[in-house]
Design a protein around this ligand. Structure first.
Ligand SMILES: Nc1ncnc2c1ncn2[C@@H]1O[C@H](COP(=O)(O)OP(=O)(O)O)[C@@H](O)[C@H]1O
Ligand SMILES: [Mg+2]
Length: 352
């Protein structure tokens, strides 16, 4: 049995008509790092708060480590669920030292054990020297680490983190993504992280759960999510893509679209009528005499690559331009005609 199970979990807030979280089922294994990823308002925080016990579900059940913590008949309060929570704003106590902050959840421990555990978790997060300081004497990244140390101190079954990177600037954010993953792995804990940022989710997770409007869209590893998005929403949410309408060919390996015949990486399992293909911009490679060609409408330089908008079609009159990435060393002029090939591995058949 999975370590954490959400069964038909639903939350309908008072005075609202559509559920914030709508009948979600999710199994999480011990030691896994899972992220809930989706746009603002899709129900991520509500899901996390129901798992923590701060929010009462309208329906469904939550099981943690073989124990029902919520169901129609059961309600276990937050402090009995074995959960460590890291809030978006860290919520450190400003009047307590870092050491006191970290031992806050250890009221039943002896003085000695408390001190030892504080040192242990502060060492784990790389702040062993900072126990006597106060939160306002630490940088944002350090405060984040203290919040994580405090959550880990009581040895919880699971750590929940709500938008842990959103208060950090770009450079620190990248560093903390890495540090948090290393700390969680060392602590050997299961973690559920909420984020609206695809890069955060991909960098830290074993598996990503994409949500939209209270409903789980797909659960997959970052690689699988990117390569094989299940539907148009997921394809667009986890990266830039071109979504083209088309017809699946009888061989189930090609799709006819307005740009021509596009190869799929694997044969479709079923014969579908109207389909869409997702073609990632980096799957399009400039090539002389490439299979596809179009007129350049726009070039945006990003430093790492050039984003090129190309209008395909016989008269370069396709209803929408395609976006492809080109190497920065290539000279690409607006109005010129370029040709390219599409790598099948970066093409996916998706549901509308
Ligand atoms: N206490 C509340 N009362 C009523 N509606 C709420 C409450 N909290 C959140 N919501 C609504 O529930 C939906 C999901 O919110 P939330 O779980 O915070 O989303 P996310 O964390 O993905 O941004 C939103 O439409 C939000 O407005
Ligand atoms: Mg939220």
């Amino acid at each position: 049995m999975s370590f954490i199970q959400l069964k038909q979990l639903t939350k309908l807030y008072k005075k609202t008509e559509t559920p914030a979280v709508n009948t979600i089922d999710l199994d999480i294994e011990k030691g896994e790092i899972i992220t809930l990823l989706g746009p603002s308002g899709c129900g991520k925080t509500t899901t996390l708060r129901m798992i923590a016990g701060f929010e009462q579900p309208t329906n469904g059940a939550i099981i943690i480590d073989n124990k029902e913590v919520y169901s129609e008949k059961t309600y276990l309060p937050p402090e009995k669920r074995g959960i460590g929570m890291v809030f978006q704003d860290y919520a450190l106590f400003p009047h307590l030292t870092i050491e006191k902050n970290v031992t806050f959840g250890l009221s039943k421990w002896s003085g000695r054990a408390k001190k030892d555990r504080a040192l242990e978790v502060l060492e784990l997060v790389g702040l062993a020297e900072y126990g006597k300081r106060y939160p306002n004497e630490l940088s944002g990244g350090q405060q984040q680490r203290v919040a994580l140390a405090r959550a880990l101190a009581p040895r919880p079954h699971v750590v929940l983190m709500d938008e842990p990177f959103s208060n950090l600037d770009a450079g620190l954010r990248e560093r903390m993504r890495y540090d948090v993953t290393v700390i969680l792995r060392k602590a050997n804990t299961t973690a559920i992280i909420v984020t609206h940022d695809q890069k955060d989710a991909f960098a830290v997770s074993d598996r990503v759960v994409v949500m939209n409007q209270g409903v789980i869209q797909q659960v997959a590893s970052p690689r699988e999510m990117y390569r094989c998005p299940k539907n148009c929403f997921v394809a667009q949410f986890v990266g830039k893509t071109n979504l083209l309408e088309g017809t699946l060919c009888a061989d189930l390996k090609h799709v006819d679209t307005y740009i021509g015949r596009v190869s799929l990486p694997t044969q479709s399992e079923k014969l579908l009528e109207d389909v869409r293909v997702s073609i990632r911009p980096e799957g399009c490679r400039l090539a002389e005499d490439g299979h596809f060609s179009g007129m350049v409408e726009r070039v945006t330089y990003s430093g790492e690559y050039q984003e090129v908008e190309v209008r395909l079609g016989e008269q370069h009159d396709a209803p929408q331009p395609m976006v492809i990435y080109a190497p920065i060393e290539q000279d690409i002029e607006i109005g010129s005609v370029i040709s390219f090939d599409i790598k099948a591995e970066l093409v996916a058949l998706v549901e509308a």
